[in-house]
Design a binder for this molecule. Sequence first.
Ligand code: FPP
Length: 250
Amino acid sequence: MQQRATITEQNRPALPRHVAIIMDGNGRWAAQRGLLRSEGHRAGVDAFERICEHAADLGIAHLTFYAFSAENWARPQGEVDALMALFRRQLSEAKRRRVENEQKRWRIRYIGDLQPGGLLPADILALVDEMQAESSMQDKTVVNLAINYGGQQEILQAVKQLAQACATGERDPASLTEQDIEAQLYTAGQPPPDLIIRPSGEQRLSNFLLWQSAYAEFWFSDILWPDFSTADFDQALADYAKRNRRYGGA
Ligand code: FPP
């Protein structure tokens, strides 16, 4: 059996500043147990809480979790409704745990198309606004939840904003830089992910953080997300610490 890494004060590896996770495999986890897919997602929320808590305790400053893609609306309505119900429940619970969150100094942010009148229900958007505003002064750990998120859509809306600025003469197209695009992304002001984790055996990005992942390290595993443990997370960090990041240099 493979030796598992457990992080202690003594063997703490060089920590990534930003870890992003594609929470995949909930459906298969449920099917293996003869459960509904929605029950897999519920177990996925438990894994989210477990890993979020652990990563924040380790001192990782930015975390991003892919909870619902812009393409996930194509799932059966019952599954979409179950996921929306989970977001509602999570947001309401986070509201109840406000004091605890303040003590932990967690800043909660939502990334994705959160336009009023868009596909996300208005009551969820209101809770999101409240949660973001309430935690906006916190600075220890930023927890980003990607909902109604698509990397291509994110780049497109950034380009549209810059095109608009060029059309009004506010900007000169020749002067545009990568930083101008970054400043229009949902993640503006945050470092790009150093490490992207995808469990469940799939090895693709699925439209997640396309611009931001230019120099990210990837870590894949066959574990289904609801089974993902703090030891698995520590293993990903230990493997990451051994990577030689060259950013295109020699
Ligand atoms: C992908 O697994 C998972 C999703 C599309 C949903 C992820 C959402 C959660 C874990 C809930 C998060 C909620 C909060 C509030 C953090 P899949 O369903 O595609 O699994 P499969 O590939 O095995 O079918």
